[in-house]
Design a binder for this molecule. Sequence first.
Ligand code: AMP
Ligand code: MN
Ligand code: MN
Ligand code: MN
Length: 275
Amino acid sequence: MPKYDLHSHSTYSDGLLTPDAVVRRAALRGVDVFALTDHDDTGGLAEASAAAQDAGITLIPGAELSVSWESHTVHVIALRIDAANPTLAAGLAGIRSGRDARARRMADALADAGIPGAYEGARKYVTSDRLISRTHFARFLVEAGHAKETKDVFRKFLTPGKPGYVKHVWATLPNAVDWIHAAGGFAVIAHPGRYKVSPTGMRRLLGEFRDAGGDGIEVLSPSHTPAQFAEYGTLARVFGLAASCGSDYHGPGEGWLDLGDLPDMPAGITPQTHD
Ligand code: AMP
Ligand code: MN
Ligand code: MN
Ligand code: MN
C-alpha cells in the first residue's frame, strides 16, 4: 500500500518550506503520493511538480479553499486539479483578494487591544505577496512576546471572540465545490473535527457538502483524536464520501505531525484512490 499524504503547505501560503523543499522532505520521509495544498493558491505547484518528478514520487496538485458555512470558516481541500483552469483560478483570486483588507482590520483590532504595528509585523513573515494569513500574525505576536507559541496566540488573540479576530466572508460551499470540479478535481472537507459545531451541525455540513457534489472528507488529520479517526471514518461511510488523509504540514517546528507520519486508516475504511 503506497503511503499517502494529501494536505500540506509551502511558502506560497503559510508554510515555512519552499515547494521544492517540502516535496523533497516528503520523499525522504517515505511518502509515495503527496499533495501540496496551499491556502487559496496554486502558485507553488509547478515547482512542486518538478521536485516530485526528480524525487520519484507522485504529486497530486491541490489547494485548500477557505469557505464560509453558516457562522463558521470551513476548509475544502481540492485534489488533482488542473491549476490552469480559469474558473478555479478566478475563484481562488477572489478568495485571496479579501485577505489584505482583512489583515488590516485585524491589525486595527489588535492596535485597539494595545498591540500596535501588527500589520507591518505580520508582513515580515509573509513569503508570498499574494497571501497574508493569521499564521503570519501569530508568528509576529510570538516574536513580540505576546505569547510563547503560535498555538497560544490563536487561543488568546486570533479566534472568534478574541481581540485580534475579525469576521470575514470567504467563498460559499457550493461555489468552492463547483470551482474544484470545473478544474477536474476532487473536493474534500478538511479536518472536520476542528469546526465548533454540534453533532447535528456536522451532519448538516456533510449533507450540504454531499448535496453540493463534494467527494471526500479528511479522516486522518493531526487535528483529530484517535476517537475522531473512527468517528469521521464512520461519517465518511454514512455520507458516501471518500476517506482522505493529510498531515497539514506547515514546516519544521510547526504542529506535531511530520510529513508521512499519519496513522493507519480505521479498520474497515478503505481510502479511495482516483489514479
Ligand atoms: P487564515 O486562513 O488566515 O484564517 O489562517 C488559518 C491558518 O491559521 C490555518 O491554516 C493554520 O495554519 C493556522 N491556525 C489556525 N488555528 C490555529 C491554531 N489553533 N494553532 C495554530 N495554528 C492555527
Ligand atoms: Mn495554514
Ligand atoms: Mn485548514
Ligand atoms: Mn491546511
